[in-house]
Design a binder for this molecule. Structure first.
Ligand SMILES: *[C@@H]1O[C@H](CO)[C@@H](O)[C@H](O)[C@H]1NC(C)=O
Ligand SMILES: *[C@@H]1O[C@H](CO)[C@@H](O)[C@H](O)[C@H]1NC(C)=O
Ligand SMILES: *[C@@H]1O[C@H](CO)[C@@H](O)[C@H](O)[C@H]1NC(C)=O
Ligand SMILES: *[C@@H]1O[C@H](CO)[C@@H](O)[C@H](O)[C@H]1NC(C)=O
Ligand SMILES: *[C@@H]1O[C@H](CO)[C@@H](O)[C@H](O)[C@H]1NC(C)=O
Ligand SMILES: *[C@@H]1O[C@H](CO)[C@@H](O)[C@H](O)[C@H]1NC(C)=O
Length: 613
């Protein structure tokens, strides 16, 4: 029992001793860091460090960024200690400074060199006996793919013609005062002539900026520490920017004299467009507000304005726009103030849009209808110009009256022509056949229809007065040289002047080679003109030989137009009536003839017969 009792007591003593040792050992351990007196400033995002793999990296404690708050030189003399920890799995472990690769140098921790496992959050902690503060910094390690890799870089814009000094970072903080810096531009060194650009220690001075000085600049720093040779590099990408005089934004839209047309009930889009000359590398902000309230404050789904970011051009300038959609635009919006604002550098600029209400006009429908009407009218006009003959014939066939219903005449057409000429051939071979066989007219030709033995004058007068139309065939006025033809024309004119229902139609044969004679030509022209001017002939139709021979040619259509209308449903009149009127007309005709001989004072007569006599 004594032995067992002694063992128990010694074990108890051992445990007591161990707990005391443990307590003294644990006193400065991380657990006590998170005591209530340690102020935690979280992670300082902007101080994040990025290093290429197997190059030296420096993590600066952000607490000393503001020397007025914490000054490294001062805290040394006031009993403060700077400690480095690493955040691993919710735990803060002290950085093992006994390892060669970690070196605490003044207010920074050097990792020489870095490896991928070193990535993570580092904590720098400043404390004295009664007070403590800490802040975190992130370290990222990036593999370097090739010699001139510039994945890690900083963009800097430099005004043309100004000077600029590039500084290789951290060189003045190196653990060893002996170092070497080499500068590269576009991956080439040894190009800095000392005249336009010059290397001084760890700085590269560009005396005058030109566009060809733009591009990536890389400094490579080499130094020794604890017998190891280390290096790191840093890239600054330079851009040249035009040195335009002004430094304020220009509103391209809305301009001062421009109105936004809006229609109540329709979706509306307001575009705010700005030209922003280069100022600094800050992203400008543009937004819309309605009655001085931002869209976030209003939170009305009718108003939307998606954010848009536009990269700067080579000069650092940018043209940005921001659209405000109002869907739909309501009556109440007409009295609201729509304002586009921009924060640019330290300045603030804004513009109000002027609304102009547009009353809804169905302009498209109206325009379309009008256009269609015009097009239709034009089409009809063109059709009429091309097919006027056909249109007239069609009209006549529908609405024309058959003259057989209103008069007692026997013949439709009386053909007058000069005998033993070209015209005779045309009349007998072509005209008569077509009129009788094709069109179904009753044709009177004196030589065929007159009875042998009668008086020519009397019979001619009778035949002409019993015809509805007198067709006079002309070529070189030859008709008026033939005695019979002259008589026929005279009878026709007389019947026309006194009866009214007679119409005289001239058919002119195009001069054939045989009759083409200089002395005749003006003559024909003249007499035809005279007849036309005196309005005795209702029409002059030209026979153009071959061209007119087809029944569908203009010649036949024009001729048909001058001849009486033929309606198919016409009932022929009893022959008795004709014979009765024959007698009556005979005496009438004789009278007419006499009249025309005794009273030739009408000026129409004069005009017509001037050339004949
Ligand atoms: C610890 O530091 C704080 C702030 O720097 C200071 O106010 C305090 O007096 C210091 N305490 C001791 C014991 O030195
Ligand atoms: C630098 O500018 C280039 C384009 O000119 C862009 O692609 C790149 O992301 C910029 N770098 C940084 C760090 O902003
Ligand atoms: C750079 O320009 C500024 C003013 O533009 C001038 O004060 C300075 O001396 C110039 N620096 C060099 C190195 O030429
Ligand atoms: C500093 O660098 C020099 C040579 O460049 C070397 O001799 C010296 O040992 C280095 N100092 C330390 C502390 O590593
Ligand atoms: C918005 O604010 C500006 C200046 O602060 C003022 O002039 C304007 O009258 C305000 N507009 C409205 C609709 O309140
Ligand atoms: C803009 O609208 C106002 C009325 O709202 C009108 O007086 C002015 O003439 C318009 N200006 C233009 C350029 O249309």
């Amino acid at each position: 029992m004594d032995r067992a009792g002694r063992m128990f007591i010694s074990a108890l003593l051992f445990l007591c001793l161990m707990s005391v040792v443990n307590a003294t050992l644990l006193e400065p351990s991380p657990t006590s860091l998170s005591g209530p007196q340690c102020v935690n400033w979280g992670v300082y995002e902007r101080g994040a460090v990025k290093v290429y793999e197997s190059e030296a990296g420096r993590i600066h404690c952000p607490l000393f960024l503001h020397p007025k708050l914490y000054n490294y030189a001062q805290i040394q003399n006031t009993g403060h200690t700077l400690l480095w920890y690493r955040q691993t799995h919710e735990l803060e472990e002290p950085v093992d400074l006994s390892l060669a690769k970690f070196a605490k140098h003044r207010d920074a921790l050097w990792i020489q060199p870095t490896s991928m496992e070193d990535r993570g959050e580092y904590i720098c902690l400043l404390r004295n006996m009664s007070w403590c503060v800490k802040i975190g910094v992130k370290l990222d390690v990036v593999p370097r793919k090739w010699e001139c890799d510039d994945t890690l870089h900083r963009n800097v814009t430099v005004q043309l013609h100004s000077n600029y000094t590039l500084r290789c970072p951290n060189v003045q903080h190196l653990p060893n005062k002996t170092y070497n810096v080499i500068w590269y531009h576009n991956c080439e060194s040894d190009k800095f002539d000392g005249y336009f650009w010059e290397v001084r220690k760890y700085e590269l001075i560009i005396y005058q900026m030109f566009t060809f000085y733009a591009g990536p600049y890389t400094c490579v720093v080499t130094y020794q520490s604890n017998g190891h040779t280390l290096n790191y590099r840093h890239t600054i990408s330079l851009k040249a920017m035009s040195n335009i005089g002004f430094k304020y934004p220009v509103f391209l839209n809305p301009t001062h004299d421009q109105n936004f047309t809006v229609t109540v009930g329709e979706d509306t889009k307001f575009v705010c467009q700005l030209f922003l000359p280069y100022l600094n590398d800050e992203e400008p902000q543009i937004w819309w507000s309605i009655n001085n309230k931002t869209l976030e404050e209003l939170s009305e789904p009718r108003y939307t304005s998606p954010e848009a970011s536009v990269p700067a051009d080579d000069n650092g300038d940018r043209e940005m726009h921001r659209v405000l959609y109002v869907s739909p635009f309501k009556e109440e919006d007409l009295h609201k103030e729509f304002r586009c604002s921009v924060r640019y550098g330290k300045g603030f600029y804004s513009k109000i849009v002027t609304l102009e209400e547009k009353v809804y006009v169905p302009s498209i429908e109206l325009g379309f209808g009008l256009g269609l009407t015009l097009a239709l009218a034009l089409l009809l006009f063109v059709l009429y110009r091309v097919f006027w003959l056909e249109v007239h014939l069609l009209y006549r066939s529908w609405f024309g009256t058959d003259e057989r219903d209103t008069d007692d005449k026997e013949y439709d057409v009386y053909i007058s022509y000069a005998r033993n000429t070209e015209e005779e051939e045309f009349v007998l071979a072509t005209l008569r056949r077509v009129l009788e066989a094709e069109f179904g007219y009753t044709v009177c030709i004196f030589d065929r229809d007159s009875l042998p033995g009668g008086t020519v004058t009397e019979e001619t007068l009778q035949f002409v007065s019993r015809s509805r139309r007198l067709l006079v065939i002309l070529s070189a006025c030859s008709a008026f040289r033939d005695a019979q033809a002259l008589l026929e024309v005279r009878a026709g004119v007389s019947a026309m002047l006194h009866g009214g229902s007679m119409k005289l139609v001239l058919i002119q044969l195009k001069e054939s080679r045989a009759t083409r004679n200089k002395s005749h030509k003006p003559d024909t022209h003249q007499c035809v003109k005279e007849l036309r001017r005196a309005r005795i002939a209702s029409a002059l139709i030209q026979w153009e030989g071959e061209k007119s021979s087809s029944l569908t040619s203009h010649f036949w259509k024009k001729l048909q137009l001058q001849l009486p209308v033929r309606t198919p449903t016409h009932a022929t009149k009893p022959a008795q009536v004709t014979s009765y009127t024959d007698e009556k007309q005979k005496s009438e005709s004789a009278m007419l003839m006499l009249e025309s001989i005794h009273m030739p004072d009408t000026h129409l007569y004069k005009a017509t017969y001037k050339h004949i006599s």
